[in-house]
Design a protein around this ligand. Structure first.
Ligand SMILES: NC(=O)c1ccc[n+]([C@@H]2O[C@H](COP(=O)([O-])OP(=O)(O)OC[C@H]3O[C@@H](n4cnc5c(N)ncnc54)[C@H](OP(=O)(O)O)[C@@H]3O)[C@@H](O)[C@H]2O)c1
Length: 337
């Protein structure tokens, strides 16, 4: 493992250069079982030393807790970090355990003020629509987001889990710097439409869950390996027969890892990174971790180049994955393609 900083890539046509790998901060406060705050803080600092400069959060991660947790780190390094946060996943007023999607103007305005306050910054660098509310025209939503740019509250705009059609419509209103969607050896549906549209429009792709929510590293093999409150217990790919079938798909990743003297997680990340050259657009994956040693391992993956034989071995995996990405597929752009 070398200590030198990772390479950089551009966020959108006019955005800043950031480390070619970002850091997903969700698990520090939400979704993946208990966290150690000191260890998470050490992870953030180590990431920055390695040249990881794009930090990903959302207002929905722990109902604002994740933004609050990250605020002191962001303030201490304001000129070095690019802060990405999101709006759109609201609590269902009829059932606080459920989420509803909102993209309307009053809601966005309320969210941006709340995020600015929790983060305690003057402006959000990259503000994403987290999910698409099909009852609001996307042009209207992006119109409000563009107003936030003009008002100086937000610098660049992003969209998460949108279709190619939605991305094109959005881009007629205001330049979109980044699309954030799931992209990994297990989840490749965006390659058909979203990735070509992003390339054509000069939009950077920010793959989330590039480690298949940790499954591709082998750190867990089934829902029962996770704590009772872990969100992944509800995900179809990790339960019952699906989990066993999917665990068997990791074999070629292990084979490639051995050949490179790397870990399976590093191969999974190197594969995502290599999509930049294959598809001709900037790709900045945001693996999530709460451990400094893992952020080192993950950053190390940016230096691995997979050969043709490696790519051939890895190619069939996604088509064989058992189970949907989400229990509720309304949360995916694929459901609207
Ligand atoms: N836009 C969206 O809708 C959306 C959806 C999901 C996620 N996201 C964003 O994307 C980020 C990343 O996605 P994700 O966290 O869902 O999935 P991921 O990055 O694919 O995997 C994260 C999991 O892998 C583990 N891990 C990380 N590095 C590892 C390593 N080197 N060895 C073994 N295990 C390792 C982590 O555990 P530890 O934390 O314990 O290290 C965590 O459980 C999130 O943090 C969030 O910011 C966005």
């Amino acid at each position: 493992m070398t200590d030198s900083r990772i390479a950089t890539a551009r966020l959108g046509a006019t955005g800043p250069e950031v480390g070619v790998q970002g850091l997903g901060c969700m698990g520090m406060s939400f979704a993946y079982g208990p966290s150690d705050a000191d260890e998470s803080r050490a992870t953030l600092e180590r990431a920055l030393e390695l040249g990881v400069t794009l930090y990903d959060t959302a207002d929905a991660y722990g109902a604002g807790e994740n933004e609050k947790f990250l605020s002191p780190f962001f303030k201490a390094h304001r000129d070095e970090v690019v802060i990405a946060t999101k709006f759109a996943l609201a609590m269902d007023p009829d059932d606080p355990t459920k989420r509803i999607i909102r993209n309307d103007a009053p809601y966005i305005r309320q969210c941006v003020e709340a995020s600015l306050k929790r983060l305690d910054v003057d402006a959000i660098d990259l503000y994403y629509m987290h999910r698409r509310d099909v009852d609001v025209p996307i042009e209207e939503t992006v119109g409000v987001m563009a107003e936030l740019v003009r008002e100086g509250k937000v610098k660049y705009l992003g969209l998460s889990e949108v279709t190619a059609r939605e991305l094109r419509a959005a881009q007629t209103v205001h330049p979109i710097a980044a699309v954030q969607s799931e992209w990994s050896l297990f989840s490749r549906d965006i390659e058909a439409n979203v990735v070509p549209a992003a390339r054509e429009l000069g939009v950077t792709l920010v793959p989330y869950s590039p480690l298949g929510r940790g499954f591709l590293t082998g750190s867990f093999a089934k829902a029962e390996d996770l704590t009772a409150d872990d969100f992944r217990r509800q995900q179809p790919r990790f339960t019952g027969d699906n989990a066993a079938a999917n665990a068997a798909l990791l074999e070629p990743i292990r084979t490639v890892a051995e050949a490179h003297g790397a870990t399976p997680g590093q191969i999974a990340l190197a594969w995502v990174q290599q999509q930049a050259a294959l598809h001709g657009l900037p790709v900045i994956p945001i693996p999530g971790t709460r451990k400094p040693t893992r952020v080192e391992e993950n950053a190390g993956a940016t230096r691995i180049v997979l050969g043709e034989k490696d790519m051939e071995l890895l190619e069939p995996i996604a088509a064989e994955v058992a189970g949907d990405r989400y229990a509720d597929m309304r949360f995916t752009s694929a459901s609207r393609e």
